[in-house]
Write a protein of this length. Structure first.
Lengths: 573, 125
C-alpha cells in the first residue's frame, strides 16, 4: 500500500488547502468525482482546477460545460479575479458548451455518444490539454432516454480519459441516498470528493470531505471551506498538534503596571490571553492598550470586533487617550467588524484564518469571544477554539480574547472550558461598595510567569489605563472614593499625629527653656552670693590685716624705751 | 448546404408549396450503424418527401469541429435544419414511425404539420 501511494502520481489542484487534504493533489491521469448539492461550489472547484492548472503548472485544460455557456462561466468566475475569457483567447483553456434539450431529441434505435468523444478529443487537441472538466455529465441522463447505453458510454468515457492521460474532474449532483443522482460514483473508483452546504441555526456552513481516495493517505474529516473573493478556500487545521514552538519573548500589555504584575514583562508572545469580566469593566480598553503598544513597535494587529463598529471603537478608545486611527491609516491595524451570526462557527474560524493568512499579524484581538460562543453548541465551540488557538500559537500570534461574563459566583466556572486553553487569564470585575462601582483587576493565571496575586484597582483615565494598588485595611479592600476617603483619613490622622509630636516638642522646648531660665536665675543668685561672700571675705582680710598691723604697732610702741618704738608708745600712753 | 446528392430547391418549386427539407446526418466513420441510418433515412425521405429534401452527411471523424455547431453528442444524429424548428433524431433511424414523429411528418402522404418558419428560433453554437 505504501509502495502504491509513493508511486501514485498526483496533479495539484492549486486550491489552497485542498492539495494538503488530498496529500498533494488529485490522482494523475485519473478521473475524480466532485459531488454535492446545487450551489455547493462544484463548478467553482472544477474551474479553479483548470485555471490554476494552466497558470501555475502550465497544464492547459478543457471545460465541457453541460449546464452553463462559456460566457456565463466566465462571468461567474470574473468576480473571483479569474480572467477565463483571456485564457480562452490565449488558447490555454477550451470551453465547450454542450446543450441538451430532450424535447428536441427523438430516439430511434441504436446510438452511442461518439459525438461527445469526438468533441472532447478535438478540444483536448486544440489546447494540448492535460486537465479536463466535465460539468455536470449527469445532464446527459436528462437528455437521453436509453440509460443502459448512457451507462456503458460513461464507463467507456472514463476509460478513454484515462487512456488519454488527462487528469479529469467530473461533477455530479447529489442524489437522495446516493452520492450522485445517477450513481456516477460506481464508475469513478479513484477519488471522490463531496461538497456540502449545511444549514445550522439558519447559517450556511460549507463542508468538504474526501469520501474516497484509492491508494493515498488523505484527511478523512469534514473540512469547512469558504468561497471568498479569491475563490475556494479551505484550511485543514484539524491535523495540528501540540508541538508548536514556544517563545520566551514578551509583548507589552500596553499598561505599565500590568506589565509589572506579569513578571515585569507583559504577556508571552504567541500566547492566548483571556480577559473576562462583566459589562463595562474595560475589557476592550485592555485590548486596545495591547494593540496600541504593539503598533507602536511597528507590529501588525488584527482586531475582530463582534459588538462594535470600527469607528465606534476608535472613538471610544480616544476618550481614554488611545488613538488607534494612525495605526489603521498606516495599515498596521486592521479591523473587521461583523455580527457573529452572519456565519456559522466553522465559517468564522475559516474567515479568521483567511484574514490572518492575508495580513500576517503578530497580535490578534477577538472582542468579545462570547458572542462567537453564543452561535454554537459547547462542543462545537470548544473544538473550534482549540483549533483556532493551536493555529494562532503555531503562527506565533499573541491573541487577546475578551469574554463577557454575567457576573456572580458562576462566572469563573462557566469559563473553565475556555480558560483552560488560555495561557493568561485576567479578570476585570466590579467591586461594589458604598453604593459605588469600581473596577478591580486580578491576574487569575499566567502560565510560566511569576505574577502578582494582588487585586489592583483598574482606572480608565484620559491618559489610558491606570492600575492603582487598592487600599487593604481592616475593613477589607477599599476602592474608588472609599479608597480616596480612607486615604484622606489616613492623611489627616497622619497630619494630626505629626502635629501632636510637634506640639509636644515645642512644649518640651518651652519646659527646657523654663528650666534653663530657672537655672540661670539660681546661677545668678549664686553668683551674687558668691560675690558678696568674696567681698565680705576681702573686707575681713583687710580688717584682719589692719588689726594685725595695729597690734604690731602697739607692741612696737610698748618696746619704745628699749628701742625707739616702744619708747614712743610708752610716751603716748 | 452544399452537399452533392440531392436536387436543388428550384427543381421542386412546381411540385408543391412546401419548402425544402434540409436534413443533416451526423455520423462517426463508416460504421454499420451509420450506414444503416443513412439507408433508413434515404428510404424514408423518398417515401415522404420525394424530391423535396436534401441530406447532408457529416462525418465527425473528418470534421470533428462541426459537432459543436449542431450540439451533437450521440451518433448517428439526424438534424432537421429546415423547416424550423430544429429537430434532432438520434439512433439508426430503424423505427420509421418514430422518425416520422420526430420529423413532424405524417406517416400518411407527404403532408406535414406545416410548421411556420420563425426566424428567431435558430439556435447556434
Amino acid at each position: 500500500m505504501t509502495e502504491l501511494s509513493s508511486a501514485l502520481q498526483k496533479t495539484p489542484t492549486g486550491i489552497q488547502g485542498l492539495d494538503e487534504i488530498v496529500g498533494g493533489g488529485l490522482p494523475h491521469a485519473r478521473t475524480t468525482l466532485i459531488c454535492g448539492g446545487p450551489g455547493c461550489g462544484k463548478t467553482l472547484l472544477a474551474t479553479e482546477f483548470l485555471v490554476h492548472g494552466t497558470l501555475q503548472y502550465d497544464e492547459p485544460g478543457v471545460f465541457m460545460a453541460f449546464e452553463e455557456t462559456a460566457e456565463d462561466l466566465a462571468k461567474n468566475v470574473a468576480s473571483l479575479g479569474i480572467d477565463l475569457e483571456g485564457l480562452i483567447a490565449q488558447n490555454r483553456i477550451f470551453v465547450d458548451y454542450i446543450y441538451i434539450e430532450r424535447s428536441e431529441i427523438e430516439e430511434t434505435g441504436e446510438y452511442d455518444l461518439e459525438g461527445l468523444f469526438i468533441r472532447l478529443a478535438s478540444a483536448i487537441d486544440a489546447v494540448g490539454a492535460k486537465r479536463v472538466v466535465l460539468d455536470t455529465i449527469e445532464t446527459i441522463f436528462a437528455g437521453f432516454a436509453n440509460e443502459s447505453i448512457l451507462r456503458s458510454e460513461i464507463r467507456r468515457l472514463f476509460r478513454w480519459l484515462k487512456d488519454k492521460g488527462v487528469t479529469a474532474i467530473v461533477t455530479g449532483e447529489r442524489g437522495e441516498k446516493t452520492l450522485t443522482r445517477y450513481g456516477l460514483e460506481e464508475y469513478v473508483s479513484d477519488c471522490v470528493i463531496l461538497l456540502d452546504v449545511r444549514m445550522e441555526n439558519k447559517m450556511a456552513n460549507r463542508i468538504l470531505r474526501v469520501v474516497k481516495y484509492r491508494g493515498s493517505a488523505h484527511g478523512a474529516d469534514e473540512y469547512p471551506f469558504l468561497i471568498g473573493d479569491t475563490g475556494l478556500w479551505v484550511q485543514p487545521i484539524t491535523s495540528l498538534g501540540l508541538n508548536y514552538p514556544v517563545s520566551n519573548e514578551h509583548i507589552s500589555t500596553g499598561v505599565f503596571q500590568l506589565d509589572e504584575m506579569l513578571d515585569r514583562c507583559g504577556y508571552y508572545r504567541g500566547s492566548p490571553v483571556l480577559v473576562s469580566g462583566t459589562a463595562g469593566t474595560g475589557k476592550t480598553s485592555l485590548a486596545a492598550s495591547l494593540v496600541d503598544a504593539a503598533c507602536r513597535q511597528g507590529e501588525r494587529c488584527l482586531y475582530i470586533a463582534f459588538e462594535e463598529s470600527t469607528s465606534q471603537i476608535i472613538r471610544n478608545m480616544r476618550s481614554i487617550g488611545i488613538d488607534l486611527e494612525p495605526w489603521v491609516q498606516q495599515d498596521l491595524l486592521r479591523f473587521r467588524a461583523a455580527r457573529p451570526f452572519f456565519y456559522g462557527i466553522e465559517m468564522h474560524l475559516l474567515l479568521l484564518q483567511k484574514l490572518v493568512e492575508e495580513f500576517q499579524p503578530s497580535v490578534m484581538v477577538i472582542d468579545p469571544l462570547t458572542n462567537l460562543i453564543s452561535i454554537g453548541s459547547d462542543s462545537e465551540v470548544k473544538s473550534m477554539l482549540v483549533r483556532l488557538i493551536d493555529y494562532l500559537k503555531m503562527k506565533q500570534i499573541t491573541a487577546l480574547f475578551t469574554s463577557l461574563t454575567g457576573g456572580g459566583e458562576a462566572e469563573a466556572a462557566s469559563e473553565v472550558g475556555i480558560s483552560s486553553l488560555m495561557d493568561t487569564w485576567l479578570l476585570v470585575r466590579n467591586l461594589e461598595s458604598n453604593s459605588e462601582r469600581n473596577r478591580g483587576l486580578y491576574v487569575l493565571k499566567a502560565r510560566g510567569q511569576a505574577h502578582s496575586t494582588q487585586v489592583r484597582e483598574f482606572r480608565l483615565t484620559d491618559r489610558g489605563i491606570d492600575l492603582v494598588d487598592v487600599y487593604v485595611g481592616p475593613e477589607g479592600i477599599l476602592t474608588g472614593s472609599a479608597r480616596l476617603i480612607q486615604e484622606g483619613r489616613d492623611r489627616i490622622s497622619l497630619q494630626q499625629r505629626q502635629a501632636e509630636i510637634e506640639r509636644r516638642r515645642r512644649e518640651l522646648e518651652l519646659k527646657r527653656k523654663a528650666v534653663e531660665s530657672q537655672v540661670a536665675v539660681l546661677q545668678a543668685e549664686l553668683e551674687t552670693e558668691e560675690e558678696e561672700f568674696q567681698r565680705a571675705l576681702t573686707e575681713e582680710e583687710i580688717a584682719q590685716t589692719m588689726q594685725a598691723e595695729e597690734r604690731e604697732s602697739v607692741i612696737r610702741s610698748r618696746r619704745a624705751p628699749s628701742n625707739g618704738g616702744a619708747q614712743k608708745n610708752q610716751e603716748e600712753a | 448546404m452544399t452537399s452533392p446528392n440531392r436536387p436543388a430547391r428550384t427543381l421542386h418549386n412546381e411540385n408543391s408549396v412546401e419548402e425544402l427539407w434540409e436534413l443533416r446526418l451526423y455520423v462517426a466513420g463508416q460504421t454499420p450503424k451509420s450506414l444503416e441510418a443513412f439507408a433508413n433515412l434515404k428510404k424514408l425521405c423518398e417515401e415522404h418527401l420525394a424530391g423535396n429534401y436534401r441530406i447532408e452527411v457529416i462525418d465527425l471523424l473528418e470534421n470533428p469541429r462541426l459537432a459543436r455547431g449542431d450540439q451533437i453528442l450521440a451518433v448517428p444524429t439526424l438534424v432537421r435544419k429546415l423547416p424550423e424548428p430544429v429537430k434532432k433524431i438520434i439512433g439508426d433511424l430503424s423505427n420509421t414511425e418514430r422518425v416520422l414523429v420526430g420529423l413532424d411528418l405524417r406517416p400518411v402522404g407527404g403532408k406535414k404539420n406545416a410548421p411556420i418558419p420563425r426566424g428567431g428560433e435558430i439556435e447556434n453554437g
